[in-house]
Design a protein around this ligand. Structure first.
Ligand code: PLP
Ligand code: COI
Length: 360
């Protein structure tokens, strides 16, 4: 039996405008403190997508046996629209690398047996939403309108087969970068984030739920992010829960090579492209956690940082684990330089490769 929530009727522009009237940005902005009252929604039925349309951010009518709730057929993207603070591009806001996000969204969809969405439809829906929400795009450097494209299996049916109906939506929240000060990273020695052949290389919603139990000791110890090791030997660094990882030793930046257990971060890819202009050599190779902690303990010239859409670039000031290991990392200079350059690009202050700054 199938039963999909009915599509919301397209809201009239003045209805949406009324929802936006008088909204003030919270101070501090934080993350997800203020949800934009307008979203974009489309349903997939009978083998085809509707055109995404703007509606109010209202609860969705979901049957209790909606498939995504039981079997986790759900994916998302995290991306941002930045206020254009430069002089060269003629637009109030800039999306960062939207077609890369569209392509990764479709890789996630394919991995979870969901229908792809035309890249142009994905980007047009973002443009329409960001244009409507322009007054909610904050203007301080590092702040942005965070955008959350999501797709889930909407068929109401408990059979363990893929949904035949899907909901695509994009909601938005004006936000600060996740981390504005250096973070502490908890080396996870027991749980694993992803296994070979699994879903670690896509943005499946369940990947994040699977990290929550491991994150409890992290919070009890006042740490910010889990640093995941490989599932086989618990020896090689993979990534953080919501960021890719880089280390710097001397003038060499190292990040683990992409595999089916690591998300192909768009920020990671951007830093690999930007690093050489800072005189850095870039290497994609496995990072042995013992070598890394030994080098930090020996006081060698080492930096560790995370990177991701939400976090931008987050320098690590402390590595720790359940055995009581506590290793301070005093140098954060290269991470901060890269963060500064990336934000300048995202805000249109510095020039960037084609497709990185998408005027809206
Ligand atoms: N790794 C994981 C598990 C993530 O959730 C994210 C965030 O999206 C990243 C890496 C960084 O990816 P991106 O730079 O594309 O945001
Ligand atoms: C992002 O950095 O945008 C992400 O998607 C991470 C998320 C789990 C908050």
């Amino acid at each position: 039996m199938t039963m999909t929530p009915s599509s919301p009727s397209p809201a009239l522009p003045d209805e949406l405008a009324a929802r936006l009237d008088g909204i003030e940005l919270p101070d501090p902005l934080g993350f997800s403190r203020l949800m934009a009252p307008v979203m974009s929604v489309a349903y997939y039925r009978d083998g085809a997508w509707e055109t995404p349309r703007l509606t109010g951010l209202d609860p969705l009518p979901l049957a209790p046996h909606t498939q995504a709730l039981h079997y986790g057929q759900a994916i998302f993207e995290g991306m941002k629209a930045y206020r254009n603070l430069g002089d060269d591009l003629d637009a109030p806001t800039l999306l960062f690398r939207p077609y890369e996000h569209a392509r990764r969204f479709n890789r996630s969809a394919a991995r979870l047996g969901m229908p792809e969405l035309d890249e142009q439809v994905f980007v047009t829906a973002l443009e329409e939403l960001v244009g409507t929400l322009e007054r909610l795009v904050p203007s301080r450097q590092g702040q942005s309108l965070y955008l959350r494209p999501t797709m889930f299996g909407a068929t109401a049916d408990l059979s363990v087969v893929p949904s035949t109906e899907f909901c695509f939506l994009i909601c938005a929240t004006p936000s600060d970068a996740f981390f504005t000060t250096p973070i502490s990273a908890w080396i996870e020695r027991h749980y694993s984030r992803a296994g070979a052949g699994g879903t670690g290389n896509v943005k499946a919603a369940g990947n994040y739920a699977a990290s929550f139990a491991a994150a409890a000791p992290l919070r009890e110890n006042g740490f910010h992010q889990l640093l995941w090791l490989d599932a086989v030997e618990h020896r090689y660094v993979e990534e953080f829960t919501a960021m890719n990882v880089f280390t710097r030793r001397g003038d060499v930046l190292v990040t683990p090579p992409l595999s089916d257990t690591i998300l192909a971060g768009i920020t990671r890819d951007s830093l690999l492209a930007l690093g050489p202009s800072f005189g850095l050599k870039m290497e994609e190779r496995p990072i042995d956690i013992h070598e890394l902690t030994d080098a930090v303990a020996a006081g060698e010239d080492v930096e560790v940082f995370g990177c991701g859409t939400g976090a931008v670039v987050a320098p690590v000031e402390l590595l720790g684990d359940e055995t009581g290991l506590r290793l301070p990392l005093p140098d954060r200079s290269v991470a901060l330089d890269l963060r500064g350059r990336l934000l300048d690009i995202q805000h249109g202050i510095s020039a960037a490769p084609d497709g990185w700054q998408w005027p809206v």
